[in-house]
Design a protein around this ligand. Sequence first.
Ligand SMILES: Cc1cc2nc3c(=O)[nH]c(=O)nc-3n(C[C@H](O)[C@H](O)[C@H](O)COP(=O)(O)O)c2cc1C
Length: 198
Amino acid sequence: LSKTGAVLNLAKRRKSIRVFKSVAIDLEDVYYAINVALQAPSGANTQPWRFIIIIDNKIKHEIRRRCEESEKRLHENIKVEWFRKWLSDRGITWRKPFLSDAPVLIAVLSRKDVYYSKESTWLAIGYLLLALEERGLSSLTYTPSDKRCVSEVLRIPSEKYSLECVIPVGIAGAEKIKEPRLTLDDVTFFNMYGIKKP
Ligand SMILES: Cc1cc2nc3c(=O)[nH]c(=O)nc-3n(C[C@H](O)[C@H](O)[C@H](O)COP(=O)(O)O)c2cc1C
């Protein structure tokens, strides 16, 4: 497969980063990425996404504290062996230093009162990640195990919005290899399920 392009290059370059340098970033880059995200398609153009840009250190630390508390319980209770190994191979534990080390966290919310709200919001998250990558910024789609305790800190009106994820954004603090991907051939069928390329 020889064809390449700007989007493919960005998509290949993007990785989930869990170690960040505690250095400031330009908020203009964050606005740029959110501006890209809000170009995403949404069910009946409801644009159900909302973004909270968190730069206050006290709030970041409080989010980290609350998340680590609930992640501790979660990690103690992981029973599925392959998942335990998958996490430990990547050094993923209950500790979430990226929540306080990254200079910016973006909390992404979705409206609760419209159809296809989550689908639309996650599409926008995909756009956001690629736009951050374009600006040389690293990110992680962190999905807190206890969203309620994070929502409280952010004063999210829970009757109207759900918290989808918290995205630390910043400069990567360590090199990392790209997680392997399936091939085009692995995931593509023609005309009907199970029929491979003619
Ligand atoms: C819906 C969703 C939820 C995720 N939740 C977490 C999470 O809570 N913690 C985490 O460290 N990574 C999380 N990730 C990141 C994935 O582990 C990561 O995208 C995957 O391993 C592929 O690696 P890559 O993003 O570097 O290509 C999540 C990703 C997605 C799309």
